[in-house]
Structure formats: structure tokens, C-alpha cells
Design a protein around this ligand. Structure first.
Ligand code: ZN
Ligand code: ZN
Ligand code: ZN
Length: 129
């Protein structure tokens, strides 16, 4: 179960190690030895109907946000867990152990509103160097 995108509707098959992940961050945590290979065509598995399909990120249109098999709308605003530090508690400075939770999901605060999705607009930019 993915802890980064709580409402993940699809699993993504990584082009590099051919394993299924809910999001790029899961890959980063489980495959610390290498970076997630970015491919323009990705394989997905719908979590609702359990069927696989491929999508080309270069030609991604609104209609492509739906599973071709069951019309499950899988492109959602990612529901990310609230940062640990927003948990109601006594002053975090009093108990420094609380601050350690920050490393569990570094960068969440920094990409507020960003969708942790493989359809990163940087895909193209990366390819072009
Ligand atoms: Zn990999
Ligand atoms: Zn994840
Ligand atoms: Zn489906």
C-alpha cells in the first residue's frame, strides 16, 4: 500500500526494474540502488478492474485520464498524508523526536499542489537535456 498517494487508482510498472509501484516515491524507497527510468510510454494497472493498459505521456489527453477498461478516473489530485509536523501536539521543539518524522516524506511541503505522478512535465525537458 502506497503511503505517498493515498488515493492511488493505478499501479505503474517501472520501465527499469519491471516492478509495480504506486508512485515514483515508492520506487525510490524500494529500489534505492537506481533511479526510476522515465519512459514516455508507461504501463499501468487499474486498481479497480485489475487490468493493464499503456499510455503515452506525449499524447496524454483528458480522455486518457480514465481507465480504458472500466472508466475509472485514475488521474486524481493526489491525496498526500499531512506532514507529520502538522499533527496536533505539544510544541515540537520540546520533543525533538517528532522532528524525525520529517524524513519519512521529504519534500512534500516543497511540492504543495504538485501531483506526484509519472506524468511529470519535466519528462520532455529531461529528454531534451
Ligand atoms: Zn527501477
Ligand atoms: Zn508511494
Ligand atoms: Zn479499470
Amino acid at each position: 500500500m502506497c503511503k505517498h498517494v493515498l488515493n492511488a487508482q493505478v499501479a505503474i510498472r517501472s520501465p527499469c526494474c519491471k516492478k509495480w509501484f504506486d508512485c515514483a516515491e515508492c520506487h525510490a524507497e524500494q529500489e534505492s540502488g537506481h533511479e526510476l527510468l522515465k519512459a514516455l510510454e508507461m504501463t499501468f494497472a487499474c486498481k479497480k478492474c485489475k487490468k493493464c493498459f499503456r499510455k503515452d505521456a506525449r499524447e496524454f489527453e483528458e480522455a486518457d485520464e480514465y481507465c480504458p477498461h472500466c472508466d475509472n478516473h485514475f488521474v486524481l489530485e493526489a491525496l498526500v498524508p499531512k506532514a507529520a509536523l502538522t499533527v496536533e501536539a505539544e510544541d515540537a521543539r520540546v520533543d525533538s523526536r517528532m522532528l524525525r518524522d520529517d524524513r519519512v516524506n521529504p519534500g512534500v511541503a516543497g511540492r504543495k499542489g504538485a501531483r506526484p505522478t509519472v506524468f511529470d512535465p519535466d519528462f520532455e525537458a529531461d529528454k531534451l537535456g
